[in-house]
Ligand binder design. Structure first.
Ligand SMILES: [Zn+2]
Length: 300
């Protein structure tokens, strides 16, 4: 596709566009089954595995519509995410009881030269963190470049310089297989930033399988070097969320309908999460942190 720096239009490096991202993605696209290069097509010449292309979006697996609608709360979430994918991340930032460590993700992305280094968001949801980052998810929201099963990525071996996985690992039934795929598609020396929950209520998206302690998280990356683990969301975030669930149950007298009506009213307590700006830095914060963030590197 674009071969050398001199072939690239002069505006491209300073104005990274969706077209540039799609061109770079086509270069690393590979069969999710046998990992043979697809050269931008959707049919594997080696094993016959077939994907789909809708405009600029590739689809190799991903969630079935029924799967996304199985959980009642997730059904509502999916509706909002599909219709309002551009404003959903901002809405969640405001309404959610969880406050992520400010700057952790943007700081990590800034450690790459995104004009040169190909970086992907593994399970992006409705986030587009940068125009140059490849967005992958099981759901087909407007921002997603590749709709895929995260345990069978349609990317070539050693094709990425980095990746982020934010609140995704708890939603994968067999996280070891997903981590093995991260390892396969990262180039030697490539780095991942992974956020996982510790003290958080159940939240299907469309499934929810596990939580991690600080030491438990480190154990999830046996093929990687663990560079850093820290509190990714402080103790207040988890406590407020649990308290909101508890309050809705206490006041709904055994009625699921009343519980669902009351729960959004408890979001008025969500601003308490700002206390985590201080508490996330307490030396004992990991005891009841809402989540942890780990940075890992594939050995060079
Ligand atoms: Zn194949």
């Amino acid at each position: 596709m674009n071969d050398t720096v001199t072939d690239t239009p002069p505006t491209a490096p300073s104005a990274p566009s969706a077209a540039t991202r799609h061109a770079r993605l086509a270069e690393v696209l590979a069969c999710p089954a046998c990992h043979a290069p697809l050269h931008g097509t959707v049919v594997c010449a080696g094993c016959g595995t077939t994907g789909r292309r809708d405009g600029t979006r590739y689809r190799f697996g991903g969630f079935e519509p029924e799967e996304l609608k199985a959980d009642a709360l997730n059904r509502v979430k999916e509706f909002v995410k599909t219709r309002f994918h551009k404003v959903y991340p901002t809405a969640i930032k405001v309404l959610s009881p969880v406050m992520d460590r400010p700057g952790a993700i943007t700081g990590f992305l800034k450690s790459f030269d995104l004009d040169r280094d190909l970086v992907a968001d593994f399970g992006c949801g409705t986030h587009r963190r940068d125009e140059r980052v490849i967005c992958m998810d099981g759901g087909s929201y407007g921002n997603v470049d590749i709709v895929t099963d995260l345990r069978r990525l349609p990317l070539a071996d050693n094709s990425l310089a980095g990746g982020v996985s934010i609140a995704v690992l708890e939603h994968v039934p067999d996280p070891a297989n997903h981590v093995a795929e991260m390892h396969r598609v990262l180039r030697p020396g490539g780095r991942m930033l992974v956020f996982v929950p510790f003290m958080q209520p159940f939240h299907a998206s469309p499934h929810d399988f596990q939580r991690y302690t600080e030491v438990g998280l480190k154990e999830q990356f046996p093929q990687f070097e663990v560079l850093d683990v820290k509190v990714g969301a402080g103790p207040t975030s988890g406590m407020v969320w649990v308290f909101q669930e508890w309050l809705a149950m206490l006041l709904s007298f055994g009625s699921t309908r009343l519980y669902r009506a009351i729960l959004p009213l408890t979001w008025i307590l969500s601003p308490l999460k700002v206390l985590d700006l201080v508490l996330a830095h307490h030396p004992m914060a990991s005891q009841v942190a809402s989540g942890f963030v780990v940075e890992v590197r594939k050995p060079a």
